[in-house]
Design a protein around this ligand. Structure first.
Ligand SMILES: C[S@@+](CC[C@H](N)C(=O)[O-])C[C@H]1O[C@@H](n2cnc3c(N)ncnc32)[C@H](O)[C@@H]1O
Length: 224
């Protein structure tokens, strides 16, 4: 592992939210005008299948950049009791807070920047959040995930396995690129073509389960 990876701080918020190229105003504006082409209007079948097998229903689950967070209802139905949603778009978050007000004992809804979040989670769900971030933030995302996950915690989700032509999000990627980014910090337990994707994305996504490495395995300097 190179020196830069070993010594770089683990919890590395990049620029403040308002200085990020695609920050709060950009995303909230998308929700305000209903330009939400990413929204599947229901839970991802691949994620439902993965969590149906999950034994520990008390696992602390985080869904960052949660958007409409359709998976939440499915997780509640399966009996999960500790679900945290976070998104930077205030109008969207206000709707989610209203929606889950009567289930606040099991669902925490936060408005804020993922990179500023503190806490410990057993599982982080990835779905079209990584691809929404400018690629310059990818390494910060990986480190932040490492920081937020408890020992042996996992990222479970989907990453695009394709390119996009337009400027701006979503940004694509490849398995090789993801391996380079995540492998210093995570055991890549699964990274395979997703056969259970939503029909709109079938053949374009990788299903992933990445387990947090121990500090020694990752050879990290744990000082923030
Ligand atoms: C492409 S959308 C995906 C939403 C949701 N995951 C889905 O699959 O429907 C990206 C989401 O990430 C949110 N977002 C972008 N940057 C964020 C950040 N730094 N912290 C928290 N949420 C962020 C946006 O507001 C938006 O809801």
């Amino acid at each position: 592992m190179n020196e830069e990876i070993k010594t770089a701080p683990l919890c590395c918020a990049p620029e403040p939210l308002e200085e990020q190229p695609y920050g709060q105003e950009f995303w909230n504006g998308k929700y305000q005008v209903g330009e939400t082409a990413w929204d599947l209007n229901g839970p991802s079948p691949a994620l439902v299948k993965a969590f149906a097998k999950w034994q520990n229903k008390e696992a602390r689950i985080l869904i960052p950049g949660c958007g409409s967070a359709w998976e939440t209802d499915a997780l509640l139905e399966m009996g999960f009791t500790h679900i945290t949603l976070i998104d930077i778009a205030p109008d969207l978050v206000a709707q989610l807070k209203t929606k889950y007000a009567d289930r606040a004992d099991r669902v925490t809804v936060l408005e804020g920047d993922f990179f500023q979040l503190e806490g410990q989670f057993d599982v982080v769900v990835e779905q079209t959040f990584f691809c929404a971030l400018p690629p310059l933030l990818r390494s910060a995302y990986v480190r932040k995930m490492y920081h937020l996950l408890a020992s042996k915690g996992e990222i479970v989700g989907l990453l695009f396995n394709r390119d996009f032509e337009q400027d701006g999000p979503p940004y694509g990627g490849t398995a090789e690129e993801y391996k380079g980014l995540f492998e210093p910090y995570f055991h890549l337990l699964t990274m395979e073509n997703s056969v259970d994707s939503h029909p709109k994305r079938l053949g374009t996504e990788l299903f992933i389960t990445f387990e947090k490495k121990c500090a020694e395995c990752a050879n990290l300097n744990l000082k923030k």
